[in-house]
Design a protein around this ligand. Structure first.
Ligand code: TEU
Ligand code: CA
Length: 566
């Protein structure tokens, strides 16, 4: 039986501050903008707010390049605004989780500015510097954002490592002084009342000290050296040390962003007896449509894989550890466009996917705008795009004589800006996001898809989310119940039972993942007297059912229903 914890019972909402709400008309979302929407978050019912970085940053990667960990980015507001946000959340009974980006800093961080100056500068060893090899980069690793992972600095005639952009040099975690600086900074925020951290690429901090060349394998992440810095040998030690020095002293929530971690490895991070992290974000679902060459290489995803992956995580973490559930964030396309249908069945499929996220064992994460079914965007030309990953890929594609139209098509499907268009509040200009000119254009569908409209329409996606969140509050079964997959071989239906021994309740979840109708047949071994409907995405679903009703049960396009059985 899982141990009870507040962060297990929470629903987390992620805000990408630049795109949430602008309070002063400069076109960029800010802290006062978030504060003006706290009542909206309360109304939605979420319990934890995670905000993407708002620290000082030159914004090469929108705040994921930090130049001062202890200050608030001018565009976002002031420390007083941040404190008002914290207090506004706390007084409404919500918690605040901050993004912790400590694999790298900005190249404008004081540490890096010093580090560059000379080989014997006290900060030199805060980063990873190496001489070139025969006039070339120290090894063949490539950056996640295209090109080499090494940048030559003429000042000292050496290269520094940057797994992300060249303006995001990687910190040297083997240097104890660096680690202690980071722990101090974490304590400083925790003492200011932060309730937890989302830890950016936390399983990339421990590099293989030999920095060996990546073998010539034609498959990401190996082709770019990932096997030598992801889940590195000393990672375990650093996380344990972070726990001993910082985390164990507070009642906080931690979630690590960990690519290339599968359910077996996950136990090492989130096992309750290991004292490392509470939860992690794995990428097995979000990478289902990645081809062998990674993100920009398209592949169709299949429900069979989807079910296999979730079931595996549900089972492996059932005894010790905890799952987190999300289908989108600021780095990925919109979930309704990717896993649902963003045209004819936008409302039905968005509700169906939300049902999945809120009825699995684990903590659900909602990305801003998903609660109103915001969709991917198709800007007419590359000038409208802002994301460094997208722009670098496009530029490199052109250099390799790829067809610009083809590059645009893949950006439409995979680009990060899909999730970064401004939050759609109402049908006024720029969707009520700003009175000025937004830093990135609003999706042209804002007149139809916006919060105001959703609040007025009782059958909206928004009201459906509110109900799901309320159900999780009402029934511990939603949170703690165990998980049993039904119909594992069905190619169109995802269905499972949740059982909670403590009060002998059972939940039956039935989801049609496609636009074709299909038939659900209850397996013989599942028996019950009556089933009471808790939530469904069609208005006329049977409120009460008996076993016989489920022997031949037709599901309409993207139909979702959840019954409480007894
Ligand atoms: O993302 C890490 C990460 O895995 C992404 O680079 C991801 O592969 C990519 O965005 C998929 O398109 C984190 C942050 O969430 C991201 O916004 C940052 O750009 C990155 O780290 C560097 O800090
Ligand atoms: Ca602003």
């Amino acid at each position: 039986m899982p141990k009870k914890k507040w962060w297990k019972e929470s629903v987390v909402y992620q805000i990408y501050p630049r795109s949430f709400k602008d309070s002063n008309g400069d076109g960029t979302g800010d802290l006062q903008g978030i504060i003006s929407k706290l009542d909206y978050l309360k109304y939605l019912g979420i319990s934890v707010l995670w905000i993407s970085p708002v620290y000082h940053s030159p914004n090469v990667d929108n705040g994921y390049d930090i130049s001062d960990y202890r200050g608030i980015m001018t565009e976002m507001g002031t420390m007083a605004d941040w404190e008002a946000l914290r207090d506004g959340l706390h007084s409404r009974g919500m918690k605040l989780v901050m993004d912790l980006v400590v694999n790298h800093t900005s190249d404008q961080h004081r540490w890096f500015q010093e580090s560059r100056l000379s080989k014997d500068n006290p900060y030199r060893d805060y980063y990873i510097w190496r001489p070139g090899k025969e006039g070339k980069e120290p090894n063949n690793w490539s950056s996640e954002f295209s090109g080499s992972a090494w940048e030559y600095d003429a000042l000292t005639e050496e290269y520094y490592l940057h797994v992300f952009s060249k303006n995001q040099p990687d910190l040297n975690w083997d240097n104890k002084t660096v680690r202690y600086e980071i722990y101090d900074m974490m304590k400083w925020w925790l003492d200011k009342g932060v309730d937890g951290f989302r830890m950016d690429v936390i399983n990339m901090i421990a590099k293989d000290p030999e920095l060996p060349d990546a073998p010539p394998v034609n498959s990401s992440p190996y082709q770019w050296g990932g096997e030598f810095f992801i889940n590195g040998p000393r990672l375990r030690y650093y996380l344990r040390e972070m726990h001993t020095k910082v985390l164990c002293k507070y009642d906080l929530m931690t979630v690590g962003e960990t690519r290339w971690v599968d359910a077996d490895m996950a136990r090492f991070f989130v096992d309750e007896y290991r004292h490392e992290l509470n939860m992690l974000f794995h990428f097995e679902l979000l990478e289902l449509d990645y081809g062998p060459d990674g993100k920009w290489d398209k592949k169709a995803w299949e429900l069979a894989d989807f079910k296999r992956i979730i079931s595996n995580w549900q089972t492996k973490l059932a005894e010790s550890g905890w799952n987190s559930h999300f289908l989108s964030n600021h780095d990925h396309p919109r979930m309704v466009s990717r896993f649902g249908n963003d045209t004819t069945y936008r409302v039905e499929s968005a509700k169906m996917l939300a049902t999945l996220l809120h009825t699995l064992q684990g903590t659900p994460y909602i990305y801003q705008g998903d609660e109103i079914g915001m969709t991917n965007v198709r800007f007419p030309s590359i000038e409208h795009y802002r994301d460094i990953e997208t722009l670098n890929m496009y530029e490199e594609g052109l250099k390799n004589s790829k067809d610009p139209q083809e590059l645009r098509e893949i950006i439409y499907e995979k680009g990060r800006d899909n999730a970064r268009t401004p939050m759609q509040w109402d049908d006024s200009p720029h969707a009520g996001f700003t009175d000025g000119t937004p830093w990135i254009n609003v999706n042209s569908n804002y007149q139809e898809i916006n919060v105001e409209q959703a609040q007025q329409d009782p059958s909206s996606i928004l009201h459906y989310y509110r109900k799901l969140i309320e159900l999780r509050r009402q029934y511990p079964l939603f949170v703690y119940g165990d998980y049993k997959l039904l119909l594992p071989k069905h190619t169109q239906i995802y269905s499972y039972l949740r059982r909670w021994e403590e009060n002998a309740e059972t939940l039956l979840v039935i989801l049609n993942f496609f636009e074709e109708s299909t038939t659900f047949i209850l397996p013989e071994r599942v028996t019950f007297q009556t089933g009471r409907l808790l939530i469904a995405n069609y208005p006329d679903t049977n409120p009460v059912i008996e076993m016989a009703d489920l022997k031949d049960f037709t599901l309409r396009p993207y139909e979702a229903c959840v019954y409480l059985l007894d």
